[in-house]
Design a binder for this molecule. Structure first.
Ligand code: NAD
Length: 420
């Protein structure tokens, strides 16, 4: 199994990161093995009748990295590229994120190798319900709690709740998070990740002695994370001068009108053609001068090619894996950019997912203000722990965040003994 997983380049990268941190922590061989490899890799066949009457078998994967600190938590993605090794890597990273934020979860991830853009709602519903049925022996609100990811959404989560609850004979909203409000979703979940990115970016500016109210920002991506990062930054008085998405990039030296931009994107599906800004080259925009650069779209966009040219003070990683290891080394050598690593910076989403689960278990709901205040408390604590550990050991923030997370898991495994 080890060799099979390591054949996947994404898993190999995650395993390599783990090995480096394990060396730094001087983990003994036994703990290293127990922390590194996933506890359960589950693959199920999902036969589904298509609208044209033909039946096709899809494959669904779920990786539960470990259950040592509680149920596993992580998204379920629908994509033709889903691969067990990649799912295992994403589960490992979720594991670290949950540990860093001190959420009582292990990491999980799942995926089905289907292309949601080519499937009807009926086909998607049948795939989701059949996958849920196949997964029933392995999931539960105390075992594995899924959430939306690429290609899945509130509707997907609602079908999982319905299928699981019908089987259980009672409503079990805590089986997933990312549900709509009418099905006991949480207030604040939609904006949580972007709110967290903006909150932590403002805390980084505080540390650098830069006035947040007169700061400037550039945001890559204007989907869920990018939009809410930009809106929250603007609510602090930050001037968001540039925004890009898959269609292009727009710039306004005086600050973009984000509500007008959101309306434009809702109407045209992209930022390109926005009347109240100038079209600029999206790659060049990333290297313009600003206080906060927030890559909140895709992975591997800060590379060896542009890391040396960045002119931001804070790099707030809203996306997962936006910075390549080569770029990271360049940023470390420069030493003039405050990096907020992804497992910390975008952890607002999983933190409010955790709050959603807690509210479901309590059969109680909190106001958006309550949710966001609790979110900021959690993020602030993880931010402070990361900065203190980095300065204590003279290491970068990314390395510190990963080391704190792996140390947390290793301590619990050692404390519990051999079984976990
Ligand atoms: P989304 O699908 O809502 O939006 C993605 C945005 O990125 C769109 O505006 C799209 O046009 C843009 N985009 C895609 N490729 C691009 C490219 N090459 N250059 C510029 N823009 C590009 O997705 P999202 O939920 O906002 O997620 C964005 C990132 O944040 C992903 O890496 C995701 O894994 C990560 N993330 C999301 C959450 C969450 O709660 N949604 C939580 C943690 C991490």
């Amino acid at each position: 199994m080890r060799d099979e997983l390591l054949k996947n380049p994404v898993f190999a990268m995650a395993a390599n990161q783990f090995d480096q941190v394990a060396d730094f922590l001087a983990l003994d061989d036994e703990l290293r093995e127990r922390c590194k490899w996933p506890k359960r890799l589950i693959t199920v066949a999902i036969p589904v009748r298509h609208d044209d009457g033909n039946t096709k078998v899809y494959f669904g994967h779920r990786v539960q990295h470990h259950l040592t600190r509680g149920p596993v938590k992580g998204g379920l993605r629908y994509s033709p590229d889903v691969d067990l090794g990649e799912v295992a890597a994403l589960a490992m990273w979720m594991n670290w994120k949950c540990a860093l934020l001190d959420l009582p979860y292990g990491g999980g991830k799942g995926g089905i190798n289907c292309d949601p853009r080519t499937l009807s709602m009926g086909e998607l519903e049948r795939i989701t319900r059949r996958f849920t049925m196949e997964m029933i022996p392995f999931i539960g609100q105390d075992i594995d709690v899924m959430a939306p990811d690429m290609g899945t959404n509130e509707q997907t989560m609602s079908w999982i709740v319905d299928t699981y609850s019908t089987h259980a004979g009672r409503l079990v909203p805590g089986i997933v998070t990312g549900k709509p409000l009418c099905l006991q979703g949480s207030a604040g979940r939609t904006r949580a990740t972007g709110h967290g990115v903006a909150f932590l970016a403002s805390r980084a500016l505080n540390k650098l002695g830069i006035d947040v109210g007169s700061a400037t920002a550039i945001v890559q991506g204007f989907g869920n994370v990018g939009l809410h990062t930009a809106l929250t930054l603007a609510s602090y008085g930050v001037k968001v001068k540039g925004v890009s998405d898959i269609s292009g990039a727009v710039w306004n030296e005086a600050g973009l009108d984000l509500n007008k931009l959101a309306d434009h994107v809702a109407a045209t599906k992209g930022v390109v053609g926005f009347a109240h800004g100038d079209a600029v080259d999206p790659a060049e925009m990333l290297c313009r001068e600003c206080d906060i650069l927030a890559p909140a779209a895709a992975g591997m966009v800060i590379t060896a090619a542009n890391a040396g040219q960045l002119r931001c003070k804070v790099l707030a990683e809203g996306a997962n894996g936006p910075t390549t290891p080569e770029a990271d080394a360049i940023l470390a050598a420069r030493g003039d950019i405050f990096v907020l690593p992804d497992i910390l910076c975008n952890a607002g989403g999983v933190t409010v997912s955790y709050f959603e689960w807690v509210q479901n278990l309590q059969r109680y709901s909190w106001s958006e203000r309550e949710v966001l205040t609790k979110l900021e408390t959690k993020l602030e604590a993880a931010f402070a722990r990361t900065l203190a550990f980095a300065s204590q050991h003279g290491i970068g923030h990314r390395h510190a965040a990963q080391a704190l997370a792996i140390k947390t898991v290793a301590e619990v495994k050692a404390q519990r003994g051999m079984f976990p």
